[in-house]
Design a protein around this ligand. Structure first.
Ligand code: DAH
Length: 346
């Protein structure tokens, strides 16, 4: 065995010596080291030897293998270096020319704002939750106290994407609001709860400067014992003050949403004139911001929460609208049409 290995090594090194091209070198490499190469076959035969033999032959095999591997690698490298040198000598190659810069991307204005919103609410102890964009009629409507055939259904034009489903869940729809995640989270985690849900929503709607068939919302939900709208006002004023970096006031007006009772429209004091009245706020001193209210008993019930013990509030605002207000963007389509001249400004 020892003899055979010695001979094999010698032969391999001799033919390697004679090889005068890269191709020939690689051929020889395969001959000895390839899947069916001479040395490979010997190595494979090792497993049939006795332990005694393995102890003697093993190291020999390894050393032959290492010697050959090194020799082949060295020769191949020599050929490659020669080829490169030849290539380089063909034309003048200025190694001092600076490389071409790769354009760097950055986070989209909407996503930047979403990250800021998530950060502020996280600091106030809210979880960031998520739900499906393809939702059932049950979660998008019924569970939220919007029954079939009720005129409140028509408040949101809907993409229905599947006719049949089971009785309870109805058809599948592209969610028209982030509110369905309220029910999903109540079902999953029970009370108490403190969460926000940023995400995309869809409406069957003609597109113009202020409407799009897809936009972003942020839902908020807080369920606990002895919760009132005073907590909502405090949380929202704090959120907006941190977001805009200056004191912002919040105002409630009555509003109607099927899933809250009482329901509210929430405004915040105009950032530009700080409530005095200017062109931006149409001289009212306030900007319309979102819908909110105390979570309706039927919604708590749908989420499996005992409304005698727990209550809470919810809100929903348009993240897309907020980014437009923040930067004075006057056409919603700019946010999604991918025009770099627009995106690079943020
Ligand atoms: N889902 C509503 C919409 O899309 C917004 C909303 C209003 C959400 C009131 C709420 C709420 O949670 O309490 O118009």
């Amino acid at each position: 065995m020892q003899e055979i290995l010695k001979k094999l090594e010698k032969e391999a090194l001799e033919s390697l010596e004679k090889a005068d091209t890269l191709e020939r070198t690689k051929e020889i490499e395969v001959q000895y080291m390839g899947r069916n190469g001479h040395l490979t076959m010997i190595l494979r035969g090792m497993k049939d030897l006795s332990d005694e033999e393995k102890r003697v032959i093993g190291p020999l095999c390894n050393s032959t293998k290492n010697t050959l591997e090194e020799a082949f690698a060295k020769k191949i490298k020599t050929f490659e270096e020669e080829a490169l040198a030849k290539e380089l000598s063909k034309e003048f190659f200025d190694t001092t020319i600076p490389g071409s810069a790769r354009p760097l991307g950055h986070i989209h204005a909407l996503s930047q704002l979403q990250e800021e919103v998530e950060k502020i609410f996280s600091q106030m102890g809210f979880t960031v939750a998520d739900g499906p964009e393809i939702e059932s009629e049950y979660y998008n409507f019924e569970g939220l106290n919007i029954p079939k055939d009720h005129p409140a259904r028509d408040m949101q034009d809907t993409f229905f994407i599947q006719e049949k489903n089971d009785e309870k869940h109805g058809r599948m729809v592209l969610r028209t609001q982030t509110s369905p995640v309220q029910i999903r989270m109540m079902e999953k985690y029970g009370a108490p709860l403190r969460l926000i849900v940023p995400g995309r929503v869809f409406r069957f709607e003609a597109t113009d400067a202020s409407h799009d068939s897809m936009f972003y919302q942020v839902e908020g939900l807080l369920i606990d014992k002895n919760i009132s709208l005073a907590h909502l006002k405090g949380v929202l004023a704090e959120f907006l003050t941190r977001l805009f970096g200056k004191p912002v006031k919040v105002r409630f007006r009555p509003g109607y949403f099927p899933f809250v009772e009482p329901g509210l429209e929430v405004d915040f004091s105009c950032l530009l004139c700080e409530g005095k009245g200017c062109r931006v706020c149409k001289h009212s001193g306030w900007m319309e911001f979102m819908g909110a209210g105390m979570v309706h008993e039927n919604v708590l019930k749908a989420g499996g929460i005992n409304s005698k013990e727990y209550q809470g509030w919810a809100f929903g605002f348009g993240l897309t609208r907020l980014v437009m207000m923040r930067y004075g963007i006057d056409d919603i389509r700019l946010l999604t049409n991918g025009d770099l001249r627009f995106n690079k400004q943020f």
